[in-house]
Structure formats: C-alpha cells, structure tokens
Design a protein around this ligand. Structure first.
Ligand code: ADP
Length: 270
C-alpha cells in the first residue's frame, strides 16, 4: 500500500487493526477524507466494512466514534439530551454532536435501520454548510474541519432490508463491499482465525459453494465473518464438521431441509 501525500503518512503501530484491502477502497477513503466528503459503505454483513473504517481511522491517527444503528436509534440518541443530575438539568452531547465538535470520524453502522429523524440530522451536516442544529438548545454550529461522516448500509437486494432515500444517498460518495476473491479471503481467514492456509482454503471453497446456491433462497449467505468463526473453532480443536455446522449452517437457516442440504455439502468438502 502506498501513501503519497505527506498528510497521509501511514501510522503503523501494534494497534492498527488487520485489514486486507479488497479493491481501491483505501485510496478512495483518503481522497474522501482530504475533501471531507461523506462516505457510504454498501454491502452485506461481514464483508469488512467496520474493520475497514477502524483501520483507516487508525492510519489517519483520527479518533473514531461508532454508532450501531437500529430501529430505535433516534436523532436524540445521536445529537444529545438533557439529563437530571441531582437538582440540576444538564445537557449531554450525543455521539454525532461530539464528533462534529471535536473533529472525529463518525461511523453510523447500518444507518438505514435508524428512525427517519436521524436522516434530517445527517442532511444538515452533509451539505456545504456542515452545520449541526441542536433544536433542544436552540443552537447550531459548524462542524470541526476534521469531522467526517461515514455510514454503512446493507442494500435491499433481498427482502427485509430497509432502503435509504435517494435524497440521503446522494449526499455520499459510495463504495460497494463484496465477498473478497478467493486468494484474499484465504489470507483473511488464516490471519483472523489462526488456521493454516490449507484449512482456510477449504473454508473459502465451502463459502463460495454456498454463495452460489441461490436456489436455497437464503436471506443472507455465508459471510467472511462466519467462515472466520468456523476457523476459530477448528483451531480450538472442535471437529471441523461440527465447527462448520454450528458456525455456518445453523446461523444461516432454520429450515430443516436447507440445514440438511448445507450439512451434506459441508461434510463432503471437509
Ligand atoms: P461488516 O462491518 O461489513 O459487517 P466486519 O468489518 O465486522 O463486517 O467484518 C467481520 C469480520 O470479518 C471482521 O471482524 C474481520 O475479522 C473479518 N474481515 C472481513 N473482511 C476483512 C478484510 N478485508 N480484512 C480483514 N478482516 C476482514
């Protein structure tokens, strides 16, 4: 990996999380950072989006604030709230306000899951004014020059996933994350789980086979994360077939026929 810009000197220390680039995402992030353009990471779960953001933040020497969004996440959770402390009411900044004031990278994981009012807060921060309005304080302020917004979302390529409105999407530049190609995924699994390359290779082959079985109608298919978990169990001494069963087959489906089909496939391949 090369970093040409002085301001982008890589910071290598023991705390830098392991991240194996899968395309040109590192370069794109640096340029987005230079310009402070909000960045959207699209892709199924377990494809390394969160790990990527942790890695880049560490490389840039920037503090990262991560919020895992869910159906109940509201703008109050992100912006802040009054709390009662003894006989006083005090204001507590939420993670978005803190990130904007202090110039942090704010990562809103699974942003589409959050309540619609979160989007309103994002809109104000992602236009050219980069302002955050705190309605409860009647105050607005301009984000610190180092503030950057990164969000992730799981595109609705299958039923059950929430969509992001076009007016929100168009405030971000976007990168798609996919399952890595074979060589890279073997590398990741071996590194993260501690199994040898030979076992990692088998796990990747199983992963690829399952990903191609579209006729099974799985809501989501096997992620790198699940294959890593299988690798960790094998590394700890659990028999390989049982490891695959509990780390890959059972998490993917509850349907008895599908479980049996996946089990047969795994047993055949390991
Ligand atoms: P996402 O945020 O897309 O759901 P994560 O970043 O949490 O996925 O990735 C899940 C796990 O998979 C990580 O903890 C890491 O162990 C592994 N992983 C996936 N992709 C990569 C990669 N490119 N480099 C290193 N580790 C990866």
């Amino acid at each position: 990996m090369q970093f040409t810009n002085d301001k982008q000197q890589p910071i290598n220390n023991a705390e830098t999380p392991y991240y194996q680039p899968i395309g040109n995402e590192v370069e794109v992030f640096y340029k987005a950072w230079e310009n402070k353009i909000p960045l959207l990471l699209k892709g199924p779960t377990g494809t390394g989006k969160s790990r990527f953001v942790e890695f880049i933040a560490q490389k840039l020497g920037k503090k990262l604030i991560t919020v895992s969004c869910h159906e109940e996440t509201s703008s109050t959770d992100l912006i802040g709230r009054f709390i009662i402390k003894g006989s006083e009411t005090v204001w507590i900044d939420g993670p978005m306000t803190r990130a904007a004031r202090e110039g942090r990278i704010l990562y809103l994981d699974e942003v589409a899951e959050a309540r619609p009012d979160v989007v309103v807060a994002i809109h104000a921060l992602t236009d050219h004014r980069r302002e955050l309005f705190i309605d409860k304080l009647g105050e607005s302020f301009r984000a610190h020059p180092d503030f950057m917004l990164v969000a992730s979302f799981n595109p609705g390529y299958q039923k059950g996933f929430k969509e992001l409105k076009p007016s929100t999407r168009q405030r971000f530049i976007a990168i798609s994350f996919h399952y890595p190609e074979e060589k890279v995924e073997i590398e990741i699994i071996a590194n993260e789980s501690g199994v040898g390359k030979d076992v990692a290779k088998k796990l990747v082959a199983i992963g690829q086979k399952i990903r191609n079985l579209t006729e099974l109608g799985l809501t989501e298919t096997v992620s790198t994360r699940l294959l890593i978990d299988a690798g960790k169990l094998i590394r700890s001494g659990l028999p390989p077939r049982l490891s695959l069963h509990v780390a890959v087959v059972e998490p993917l489906t509850d349907d008895e026929d599908t479980i049996s089909a996946l089990k047969d496939l795994c047993n055949l391949m390991i």
